[in-house]
Design a protein around this ligand. Sequence first.
Ligand code: RP5
Length: 304
Amino acid sequence: MPNEKVLLCASLILLSQRALSSTMMHTKCRGKFYPRGNNKVIRFSVPDEKVRWAVPFPEYAPVSFTTAGILAGPSFADPDISETLFKPKWNELDGNVDRRSHEGTYEVVDGYPRNKHGRTGVMGRGCLGRWGPNHAADPVVTRWKIENESRVINPVSKKPVLQFVCIQRKDSGEWAIPGGMVDPGEKVSSTLRREFEEEALDALQMTAEERQIVGQKLKDLFEQGKEIYAGYIDDPRNTDNAWMESVACNFHDEDLKGILHKLELKAGDDAKSVKWMDLDKELELYASHKDIVHQVTLQHGAHW
Ligand code: RP5
């Protein structure tokens, strides 16, 4: 295929992902209970047709909730908006803290940033540290499923099966991409690699020497990442004033005998378990991670 056509296809895929992100109707952050509230924090029920702020909903009276842990003021969290010394630069890079959204400008109403994807039934920050966008990065590490040294073909779709490194979260027990928060001032490329090493390889328990050996092995793979998604995540922790956004990149090893077929996975940090998971539309994953891994299968022409 001529280069212009490849470029056109790539731009169309990227445009459709952005469109997907900005029109996404959030559902996982409209469950009955807000997480980490001991099932005592009940979200105000928001029907699909009342999610958008533009639709009048005069009876909307969400509870305000921010966990005690966040109110205690850990280093990764903002102060309360009522604190007079707190002067955030909304929609800007505010010192080391990135308050910009991947999805353009968000509104600030009565001093509070407003979730662009609409009502969630809870105000405040819940258990999220930042007002407005809380930035994460998600590494989707993939290989082909092999048996007898060849790729496994799904009998129904007739397409090869892709596998990705999937962790089980300690907080909710759900399976997820091994992503994590971008530290202030940290490059997303560093977060992607750090989170993968910490959660899927238990790098925090390695000696400096072991870490260096693993780092060397993964160097080539992590230098060839492809951005799959950048935008809002339908995370159960989202509120009307604080929400998750992420940049997801795919790191794929095409080699059927390559590094990803030799790597020893070991759950660490926020992960209680880790495994290679076959990609298939029946998968249930945390937040909107299923949409992200679906994009990866499309890019590789893999089974879904
Ligand atoms: C999700 O939460 C992101 O997509 C990312 O996977 C994760 C980051 O939060 P922690 O795992 O650090 O809690 O919204």
